[in-house]
Unconditional design. Structure first.
Length: 95
């Protein structure tokens, strides 16, 4: 039983190390700011969905929404106005 537990711990650590090395090998990240003009009926969820494929898949949509809110000091995302220009912080791999 103890040997099995030790083996599982070793395998889990090996897997974590493999994933970390794979991400590290892809290269460092840089954050770029893209301007977006809000259109009628747009919400942060839709805007983040549009920009998800414009980055290197580093964040999920909820994290991108959080970063957009922080970059633009948006306290109430329901108050976006058509014509409002917001910054979209995207992470991309430096190649």
């Amino acid at each position: 039983m103890v040997k099995t537990a030790k083996l599982l711990v070793v395998l889990a650590l090996a897997f974590i190390a493999l994933v970390w090395v794979e991400e590290w090998a892809k290269g460092p990240l840089e954050t770029v700011q893209v301007q977006h003009t809000v259109t009628e009926g747009e919400c942060l969820w839709d805007i983040a969905a549009y920009y998800m494929d414009k980055q290197d898949g580093v964040k999920d949509r909820r994290r991108l929404i959080w970063d957009i809110r922080q970059a633009n000091k948006i306290e109430d995302p329901g108050r976006l106005q058509p014509g409002q220009v917001i910054l979209i912080p995207l992470q991309r791999r430096i190649r």
